[in-house]
Design a protein around this ligand. Sequence first.
Ligand code: 13P
Length: 251
Amino acid sequence: MSRKPIIAGNWKMYKTRQEAADLANGLVSRVGTKKDVEVVLCPTYTSLETVAQAIRGSQIRLGAQNCYFEDQGAFTGEISLPMLKEIGVHYVIIGHSERRQFFGETDANINKKAAAIYRHGLTPIICVGEMLEERKANRTADVVTKQVEGCLAGLPADKVAESVIAYEPVWAIGTGVVATKEQAQEAHALIRAVVGKMFSQNVAEAVRIQYGGSVKPNNVTEIMVQPDVDGALVGGASLEADSFAGIVNFG
Ligand code: 13P
């Protein structure tokens, strides 16, 4: 089965609206017609509409960095899926390690968010990945397996098949230390096997798995050619049009 590569820029808490418009426009002119790779931009909530306008008519899709699982209510500071959908959001990153680390996100609430994302017809990018101490203690497989199982428990197989999982080893995020191609492939194959066990071989073969952590134009190719790597979730190198376009054009 051929899986279309998906390369997403996670802009984290960077870029004012004006800066976001400039970056999005720069990317529309560089990779806006690209069809063999799915390109997704994930700006802050406040820039979603600005970026939605900039990418209109191009092949680039819009993603959010988080969501809440209730549709509405007294949840000060949260943003619901109907609100994101209205702006034209297609993808929602959930469970990013920064949200797990600084904002108390758990597998159980990532699971609820994924169910809500499906309910509204959007697609989650579900992040998993071990911390440095866990890798050093040879616990990577256990940790990642538990995260995948917790995040995907009880979800509908057909929706999981259309989802994106991002393997982001925490020690590789923002450090300049990219996982080796062997480390990435090993973790991706494990994730695909866990999905296969939980759902079916077909679901495992359909789900797309991105690698994230210090991806740059000069290291993206060797990671992308691994058989179980279907894309990249890019932080720092997505904040500048030339470098992100360089990653999108990895082929
Ligand atoms: P960097 O590309 O800056 O390492 O960040 C990766 C990441 O966290 C993407 O979600």
